[in-house]
Write a protein that binds this ligand. Structure first.
Ligand code: PMP
Ligand code: GLN
Length: 379
């Protein structure tokens, strides 16, 4: 694991803290989740939910997840055997890859990809094969021919993240259909990272890959409360999949963490059942923040890509005369008092993303405005 060093999020958040810069790097909101849900967590602690929950998670949360999947997506998952609570989506991804891949297997992921994918695949001694998302008409997408060509006899799984961090792309039904067809034709497992499932804009709706014909039975679907309820520090996620997959993932999970924190589980169960309105308001508020940051970044001279989901704006720094995003991000505190994330670290082929930089907009309006004022110093 030596080559993995420190994650870019830790590096950039430390840089922000050291330099007193505005942190638009690591994606975490600067406001709290729904008050009643926070209160539920406090009550859970005070009423004794403080010992190990069962390995698969508290039944109350597994039930709430199952109801939520049915109501939102028409997908049925049995709380007993088809739902597994994990320590965030990060553990779910790692446990799924470790459970389903043999050494030497290949796992396809769209690059740029969330950094834990490469590490999880390396832990499994498998090989990550990146298929590049490129801007086309202002939106990042993949070439179906390139995806098809990436599949070999060793391909075991495809990791699909939509809404996509860091590009903000929400895969369309047509794009998902290409992936679904390939999975069925080449007998691949889909591991779907849907942590931003509720954070979509402009009326775009997230479509889970598992809802496409023939896909529920070969999809390991992963979600997290962190982004949905603005509680990234709770590290509470879940896997929904047919029982043999869940059994495999749980077999790994039990030796990584055994189980996930109990009080959060009760609170998230409450959130899933009662805070749909809060999530809709979060989504509408984030759309305004997206527009605010996009307008500011454009005015500061960046080329800006409009995200349909997540809470990140992808930019091209070349109009400002810069070419290397990593170098710029390391100098950005000194140049402008702002921290951002260099997208190139999320590529198998870093040269394809060297000129992209990601900014997070899950921040108070005044924080976004101040960051924009400072970034205008760059031009
Ligand atoms: N996948 C993606 C695409 C993410 O952006 C993140 C960060 N929220 C995660 C997974 C990890 O989620 P969690 O904090 O629940 O582990
Ligand atoms: N998911 C968040 C991001 O992409 C942060 C994740 C992390 O800190 N590991 O910025």
């Amino acid at each position: 694991m030596r080559s993995f060093g420190t994650t870019i999020f830790a590096e950039m958040s430390a840089l922000a803290a050291q330099t007193g810069s505005i942190n638009l790097g690591q994606g975490f909101p600067d406001t709290d989740g729904p008050a009643a849900m926070l209160d539920r967590a406090v009550r859970a602690v005070l009423s004794g939910a403080n010992q190990y929950p069962p390995g698969p998670g508290l039944l109350e949360l597994r039930q709430a997840v199952s109801e939520h999947r049915r109501e939102h997506y028409g997908l049925g998952y049995d709380p007993a055997g088809e739902v597994l609570v994990t320590v965030g989506a990060t553990e779910a991804i790692a446990a799924a890859v470790l459970a389903l891949c043999e050494p030497g297997d290949e796992v396809i992921a769209f690059e740029p990809y969330y950094d834990s994918y490469a590490a999880s695949v390396a832990l499994a001694q498998a090989r990550l094969v990146g298929v590049t998302l490129r801007p086309l008409g202002g939106r990042f997408t993949f070439d179906p021919g390139e995806l098809r060509a990436a599949v070999t006899p060793r391909t075991r799984a495809i990791l699909v993240n939509s809404p996509h961090n860091p590009t903000g792309t929400v895969l369309t039904r047509d794009e998902l259909a290409v992936i679904a067809e390939l999975c069925q034709e080449r007998d691949l497992v889909a591991i779907t990272d849907e942590v931003y499932e509720h954070l979509t804009f402009d009326g775009v709706e997230h479509v889970p890959l598992a809802t496409l014909p023939g896909m529920r039975e070969r999809t390991v679907m992963i979600s997290s409360a962190g982004k949905t309820f603005s509680v990234t520090g709770w590290k509470t996620g879940w896997v929904c999949a047919p029982a043999p997959f869940v059994t495999a993932v749980q077999t790994v999970k039990q030796f990584l963490t055994f189980t996930a924190g109990a009080p959060w589980q009760l609170a998230v169960a409450y959130g899933l059942r009662n805070e749909t309105g809060w999530v809709s308001a979060l989504r509408a508020g984030l759309q305004d923040k997206r527009d605010r940051l996009m307008a500011g970044l454009s005015a500061a001279g960046f080329e800006v890509f409009r995200p349909s989901g997540t809470y990140f704006v992808q930019t091209d720094i070349r109009p400002l005369g810069f070419t290397d995003g990593l170098e710029l991000c390391r100098r950005l505190p000194e140049l402008a008092g702002v921290v951002a994330i260099p997208t190139q670290v999320f590529y198998d082929h870093p040269e394809r993303g060297s000129h992209f930089v990601r900014f997070a907009f899950c921040k108070k309006d005044e924080v976004i405005d101040e960051a924009v004022t400072r970034l205008k110093r760059l031009s």
